[in-house]
Design a protein around this ligand. Structure first.
Ligand SMILES: Nc1ncnc2c1ncn2[C@@H]1O[C@H](COP(=O)(O)OP(=O)(O)OP(=O)(O)O)[C@@H](O)[C@H]1O
Length: 769
């Protein structure tokens, strides 16, 4: 242990030096000009690596070194959360990154397949002190002993699983299990579905897979970034620390509601509306609605007053133009010039016919120049433009979706009624639409149907560039105003110190600043709807609607994806439910499914009760096998009426907190939203997201109040479920499987049918209320 401590001390000294160097390297790289795409890529890769190092160091000392591998051929390597090299000429590895091939036997070697190992050591540290060693001998001929053999290597795993929760997910690099390792290191191409019941480590595996891919495919992924989609903001803050602690920052974390840049989806849909909006039929309905907006004149013809006489835009002209525009097979806004040119040509022909007609029946009297002149006048006529706008309007995605929702066509009546809402731009004064999460996929679909009309974007870019030039001019003016005049009194103008204003004009300065786009690839991706990610990871993927699958597939043309989820936990009304239904339309049968079946979170006593929920509808449902048991069965408290519920919950919370050993423990109360106000009155210390100011509950607080939806993917030492009869079956399954130690159910209504027998005497304690 002393030798390992000495090693750790040396490692720490090296980390301090590296931390300073990495900080300096990042600031220097960001100051540096990048001229070519190649140098920008190199800079991106370098900045990603060095900021990753900084993030990994910032997340603490734990796990800097957690293992050691002694090979039969004499090789001897320490393993850590990130790779660290010595400051010598060879840059000798002090600690090998857990993702390196050399580290693999740490996770996979067995007595049967030792992978060249003699001995594997687990090193446990706490605040820079080595606190325990566990040695495993893998070469049976090896007779040397350290004194730390024989102890149960599973002890390291079990102590990690028993540890108090902090409200933040931690990395599992020290204890990745073999079946998890195979998923984490699977090749990045193709679609991989990781399925498993509650607590089987799906999220942990997905995050470590992201870290592995960023390591193994550094160049590709530093450029294209990785997108991780999680169900809600609370979940993203729960998992947000894992990748930085593994030295990875090139990742964009987003909820599905955040996937359309520029839109913050704060509105709410009814469950039926969300299901309708998420349905696959919506893509066709929206496309058909857009075709309806490509109109023909309602009367016989649109009459256009023009300086050379009246023009008649009749149905025939409009139909011919529409046909030509549709034949171009372009998105609506991009096809619009085809429509416009056809209309203009036909109206010009009308004028030419009228003005140049030979009264004696001979050929038209107008020459090509006259005709071109007339064409120009038609093309620039505001009245003609207004007519074109009426028949083939230029639309933004927001306008198209708002128009569709105000009058949802091409849908069965009851579905249309479920999603109908007034067009906010039609109100006086016009309002910003209150977009809902389900609208996000519609907006994205609309953007595809309309096409990226980059004239608007280019105009915005130019406006931004002009602003940058104005800013640069301001900088130059300042630099001129504050020029150094220290030698002026000697009347020697030349001796002025050269400043920016002497060397460069505003436009060039603005251009140079343009090149210095300091955003990382992940930040650039967040602002760009058309960004193609290098890899996408979706957690709780069972919740995604068909429309969201369409959106995500567009963001990943290479279809390099890891999808983790559990169909038994589906609770979103539009959720796809089956992997086949979700994936076949996009990748056919070219996806593979792997299953995780060991539950690392929920003790056996709790899992036995929780599993009865899915088993009530599917008796063949097999829950994942819990690795731990605590000897503490879940308990139920029945109160006489709903009014007594909050006080009973507060008492149970206090009891559960006392029952948890250790000081820093986390407890969640999970209840449907209508109970939150009364519960908060009795639980003033609880963090909740019901107030408008607090968007997500603070999961690091000792007590957190959550809705079943917010609890998705999270875990706590103890959980109190309130009035479970109000939960949907899958929501209840999620809620009951969030605890690592203790579970209590408090109810005034009857218990759900499936739970009642499991929670009755003798394990059930009755409240004396
Ligand atoms: N190999 C491991 N070593 C240590 N802890 C692990 C390991 N695998 C999983 N865990 C822990 O088990 C818990 C459950 O993992 P995770 O949240 O990833 O499960 P999940 O399958 O996503 O669950 P759910 O579907 O219920 O949200 C976490 O605390 C995680 O850190």
């Amino acid at each position: 242990m002393r030798r390992e401590q000495d090693f750790l001390d040396r490692l720490r000294a090296r980390v301090v030096a590296l931390e300073t160097a990495a900080g300096e390297a990042v600031s220097a790289a960001l100051r540096q000009d990048v001229i070519s795409a190649q140098s920008r890529l190199e800079r991106d890769v370098m900045v990603a690596e060095q900021s990753g190092l900084l993030a990994a160091f910032a997340s603490g000392e734990e796990g800097l070194c957690f293992g050691r591998l002694v090979f039969q051929d004499g090789g001897d390597h320490h393993i850590g959360r990130i790779g660290i090299r010595a400051d010598d000429d060879e840059r000798t590895p002090l600690v090998v990154d857990w993702r390196a091939d050399m580290a693999r036997p740490f996770y996979l070697a067995t007595g049967h397949t030792p992978m060249g190992l003699r001995r594997r050591r687990h090193i446990t540290t706490h605040r820079n002190q080595v606190t325990a060693l566990h040695d495993e001998i893998l070469d049976l001929e090896d007779t040397e002993r350290s004194g730390y053999e024989g102890s149960d290597a599973d002890a390291v795993l079990l102590s990690a699983l028993d540890a108090a929760r902090t409200g933040r997910m931690h990395d599992i690099v020290q204890t990745i299990q073999a079946d998890q390792d195979r998923i984490i290191r699977a090749p990045h191409q193709g679609v991989m579905v990781v399925e498993g019941g509650p607590g089987t480590g799906k999220t942990a595996v997905a995050l470590h897979r992201a870290a592995y891919l960023l390591y193994a495919q550094r160049e590709l992924l530093a450029r294209r970034a990785v997108l991780i989609v999680g169900p809600n903001a609370a979940f993203l803050s729960y998992i947000g620390q894992v990748l930085p602690s593994l030295g990875e920052t090139g990742v964009l974390l987003a909820t599905p509601a955040e996937l359309y840049p520029g839109v913050v989806a704060t509105g709410r849909d009814t469950p039926l509306a969300a299901a309708v909006k998420g349905g696959a039929a919506m893509a066709d309905a929206l496309a058909a609605h857009l075709r309806d907006l490509q109109r023909l004149p309602e009367q016989a013809a649109l009459v256009i007053e023009h300086e050379d006489g009246v023009l008649l835009l009749d149905r025939q002209i409009a139909a011919a133009a529409r046909e030509r525009a549709r034949a171009a097979q372009l998105p609506h806004n991009l096809a619009r010039p085809h429509f416009a040119f056809s209309v203009i040509d036909q109206l010009t022909a009308q004028l030419v016919e009228r003005i140049g007609a030979d009264p004696y029946g001979g050929p038209n009297l107008l020459g090509p120049d006259d005709q071109a002149q007339l064409g120009k006048a038609v093309a620039t006529s505001p009245a003609v433009h207004a007519a074109i706008e009426e028949l083939w309007p230029l639309l933004t995605p927001e306008q198209l979706v708002a128009d569709f929702l105000a009058d949802p066509t091409h849908l069965p009546h009851h579905e249309a009624e479920a999603i109908r809402r007034p067009d906010p731009s039609a109100s006086v004064p016009p309002q910003e639409p209150d977009w809902t999460p389900a609208d996000v996929a519609l907006l994205d679909e609309a953007a595809e149907l309309l096409g990226d009309d980059d004239s608007a974007r280019r105009a915005a870019e130019e406006a931004r560039r002009q602003q940058a030039i104005a800013y640069a001019q301001g900088v130059l003016d300042l630099s001129y105003g504050s020029r150094t005049l220290e030698f002026e009194d000697k009347d020697e103008e030349d001796s002025e110190v050269l400043a920016a204003h002497d060397l460069i004009d505003a436009e060039r300065l603005a251009d140079r600043q343009e090149e210095l786009d300091h955003r990382s690839a992940a930040e650039r991706a967040a602002a760009d709807r058309t960004w193609a990610f290098g890899h996408i990871i979706v957690d709780e993927a069972q919740e995604l609607s068909p429309m969201l699958w369409r959106l995500l597939m567009r963001r990943c043309p290479t279809r390099s994806m890891t999808l983790v989820g559990d169909p038994a936990q589906t609770s979103e009304p539009g959720g796809c439910g089956s992997w086949d239904a979700a994936l076949t339309p996009h990748v056919g049968d070219r996806w593979q499914r792997v299953v995780l079946d060991v539950n690392y979170r929920t003790p056996a006593e709790i899992m036995d009760v929780a599993a009865r929920i899915p088993q009530a509808t599917d008796p063949a449902y097999t829950p994942p096998r819990s690795v731990r048991s605590t000897g503490v069965p879940p308990r139920a408290e029945h109160v006489a009426d709903t009014a007594a519920l909050p006080a009973a919950v507060a008492r149970v919370v206090a009891e559960e907190q006392r029952a948890l050993t250790g000081t820093e423990r986390r407890l969640a109360v999970i209840a449907t939203p209508e109970h939150h106000a009364t519960l908060l009155a009795e639980l003033p210390m609880a963090s909740a997201a019901t107030g408008s100011l607090e968007v997500t509950p603070d999961l690091t607080q000792p007590v957190v109040l959550l809705t079943p939806g917010q609890a998705k993917g999270l875990e706590f030492d103890a959980v109190v479920v309130v009035e479970p009869d109000g939960f949907g079956a899958n929501e209840l399954y999620v809620a009951l499987t969030r605890a690592t130690q203790r579970l209590a159910v408090v109810h005034a209504d009857t218990l759900p049918h499936a739970l009642a027998p499991a929670l009755t005497e003798p394990t059930r304690t009755r409240a004396a209320i």
